[in-house]
Write a protein that binds this ligand. Structure first.
Ligand code: SAH
Ligand code: SF4
Length: 365
């Protein structure tokens, strides 16, 4: 039995080449691209501009089916979550966070993570595998399916933004992430602009420049500490790429300017990184960088050794950063729930199950 090539995840050039092998002209690739990425079809029989015979030939060699959805949940506040199950049984979570007139999808790049940041639940699990470009694009397509936004006018769509902040370190899977984002950004398909995509990294310094140069998306840095000794502990990758090197790469980031600032994510850990002195040092470090700060109340998980900073402490920290001229929004309470889902394992989401409708709440919630 020959395994079928999945169309989702092929670049446009690859699609043209694959179809050519079957005798199709290149305009057919364009049509198929349109059906798959503009219309969201999941079966060749839905491609009405293609003859029945050609549809059958395509279906023999290719697939446009979605991966399974192991679970689909909706929160009280409208947040949506899909547990996507790939054909090899690996699963990742994709979370959609709606706001007033926009909404962001939190997308995963790996099953597990090679890094082991001490405050992150994903960090406690080993890397199982990198997601392919198709696996990543499918998360976006599943969200569009679930939100019913394939054939809507752009201005009527709530799904406007993507954040690569789910499970895994996107810059340790650069090629697949880049390929996926190029597919998602393609104007003849899903067409989410680079200005509406943010990639978060724990600081893989050598890859940062080409994210800006080749993809041009917004950058977010998981900073979390202002001194190397502490960051070495919280984000062990810091031992390889210390703060100074990381900030140097940020200064030179090709896609940042005054209007498009780099987001510095800073998780607030009680008694660890949350003093006034830390806030002042943060401001000092960000001098000369087009920066904004995103303070994230730490989201607890079983067995973790941290506590979330108090609301007063977070506000005092935010005020220092704000007074220095940096926007420093604190991720809202619902954001805490989102972080729980974004980049966390299934078991962890079940623990937070009380927020979700349509699921059996854990008895100890
Ligand atoms: N690996 C990438 C992207 C995924 S993590 C990175 O580290 O940037 C996305 C964000 O969630 C990161 O800023 C990460 O530090 C943060 N995060 C992880 N665990 C968290 C937790 N328990 N509470 C709050 N934020 C967390
Ligand atoms: Fe991996 Fe990011 Fe979690 Fe660190 S914070 S373990 S890099 S997913």
């Amino acid at each position: 039995m020959t395994t079928k090539t999945h169309i989702v995840g092929l670049s446009k050039d690859e699609l043209v080449a694959k179809l050519k092998e079957l005798g199709f002209e290149s305009f057919r690739a364009k049509q198929i691209w349109h059906w798959v990425y503009s219309k969201g079809v999941t079966d060749f029989s839905q491609m009405s501009t293609i003859s029945k015979d050609s549809q059958a030939l395509l279906a023999e060699h290719f697939s446009v089916a979605r991966p399974d959805i192991a679970k689909a949940l909706t929160s009280f506040d409208g947040t949506r979550k899909w547990l996507v199950q790939y054909p090899d049984a690996n699963k990742v979570e994709t979370v959609f966070i709606p706001e007033e007139d926009r909404g962001a999808l939190c997308v995963s790049s790996q099953v597990g993570c090679t890094l082991s940041c001490t405050f992150c639940h994903t960090g406690t699990m080993p890397l199982v595998r990198n997601l392919s470009a198709g696996d990543i694009v499918h998360q976006v397509m599943i969200a569009r399916d679930g939100l019913g936004e394939w054939n809507k006018r752009r201005e009527d769509c709530l799904f406007t933004n993507i954040v690569m902040m789910g499970m895994g370190e996107p810059l340790f899977n650069y090629d697949n992430v880049a390929k996926a984002l190029n597919i998602v950004m393609d104007g003849e398909g899903i067409a989410i602009s680079k200005r509406r995509i943010t990639l978060s990294t724990s600081g893989v310094v050598p890859e940062i420049e080409r994210v800006g140069r080749d993809l041009g998306v917004n950058l977010a840095i998981s900073l979390h500490a202002v001194r190397d000794d502490l960051r070495d502990e919280l984000v062990p990758l810091n031992k390889k790429y210390p703060i100074k090197q990381l900030l140097e790469a940020c200064k030179n980031y090709p896609a940042a300017n005054n209007a498009r600032r780099i987001t510095f994510e800073y998780v607030m850990l009680k008694g660890v990184n949350d003093t006034d002195a830390d806030a002042h040092e943060l401001v000092r470090l960000l001098k000369d960088i087009h920066a904004k700060v995103n303070l994230i109340p730490w989201n607890p998980w079983p067995g973790a050794k941290y506590e979330t900073s108090s609301r007063n402490r977070i506000n005092a920290f935010a005020k220092i950063v704000n007074d220095a001229g940096y926007s420093s929004p604190v991720r809202a309470t619902r954001g805490e729930d989102i972080m729980a889902a974004c980049g966390q394992l299934k078991s962890d989401s079940e623990r937070k199950g009380k927020v979700w409708l349509g699921d059996t709440p854990p008895t100890n919630a």
